[in-house]
Design a protein around this ligand. Structure first.
Ligand code: ZN
Length: 288
């Protein structure tokens, strides 16, 4: 029994977490562990003041994320999986600064290198990739969609999971992404929607895996929609480890806290096992 006297005693995974050597780094990971966390999915954090300008630049940037993951494993004792990729805002910034052609080449380099690291077993998925979550010109939007389609085709061929950063809150984005995945030969169950709203029912998610950002009110909405959830859900804080926005998006202790709140609200052991173990295993393979 993983629920003992009303408390979850099993693994606790945060599916989208960033770390920054210039900010709290190991202390943030330690906060997560002390609150009951066991596993992090560490997502590459772009440095917008110094974005890579070559394949080698991407390698240096990714290597630092991998090095941070090893330090967290060794110094803090957490399981850490690493997700590498070009953030949609990185591409948009570079498109503005360097033009569409150069920015797209850098994007392709970044995705191909991330796939190489996945195939070597150093990373477990590509992300966060997606499309702008702010209003953009028509041509930017269509180029972003072309790049995303190309990325989905790659993921299908390599049998890899994508962590998506996309626009909007509602069901229409999910349906659109599921249709796009189908065209690319990719199962929607290989798509994780990062920063997802709390509705986890299949009518909303269209077969994608929602990574619910578990802010205030999320427990109630998860409980209200869980009966119609088909493929499960995972939880995240989208912790940014950013000096300018401390505690954003949610603090490192939030997933452990909400996990206990979900138990108190009556969520089944089976759903929690899916969220913290089974789905991550399916999406990414074993934790290191
Ligand atoms: Zn993120």
């Amino acid at each position: 029994m993983l629920i003992d006297k009303g408390r979850w005693t099993g693994p606790i995974l945060d599916n989208h977490f960033h770390l920054d050597r210039g900010h709290r780094f190991l202390d943030a990971a330690l906060d997560f562990k002390r609150a009951g966390g066991t596993d992090l999915v560490l997502v590459h954090k772009p440095d917008f003041s110094d974005l890579p300008l070559s394949l080698d630049g991407w390698r240096i940037a990714y290597d630092d994320t991998l090095a941070m993951a090893s330090e967290v494993r060794k110094e803090v004792g957490l399981g850490v999986r690493v997700v590498l990729g070009p953030h949609p805002a990185s591409w948009a910034h570079q498109r503005q600064a360097l033009g569409s052609e150069v920015a797209s080449e850098l994007y392709v380099d970044a995705v191909e290198l991330a796939i190489e690291y996945c195939n070597e077993g150093q990373a477990c998925a590509v992300g966060e990739v997606g499309r702008p979550h702010w209003a953009v010109e028509e041509d930017v939007w269509s180029e972003a969609n072309e790049l995303l389609s190309w990325t989905m085709e790659k993921a299908a061929k390599e049998n890899l999971t994508l962590q998506l950063h996309v626009e909007g809150d509602g069901a229409s984005t999910y349906a659109d992404l599921a249709a796009m995945a189908e065209k690319c030969g990719l199962s929607p169950s290989r798509l994780v929607r990062h920063h997802a709203p709390s509705e986890v029912d299949l009518a909303t998610t269209a077969g994608l895996i929602p990574s619910v950002v578990v802010g205030k009110g999320s427990v109630e909405t998860i409980m209200a929609t869980i009966a119609d959830c088909k493929d499960g859900f995972v939880m995240e804080t989208d912790y940014m480890d950013d000096a300018k926005r401390p505690g954003a998006v949610l603090g490192p202790k939030t997933v452990p806290k909400r996990t206990q709140a979900l138990v108190a609200a009556g969520l089944d052991e089976e759903e929690l096992w899916l969220a913290h173990h089974e789905i991550p295993l399916r999406l990414y393979g074993e934790s290191e």
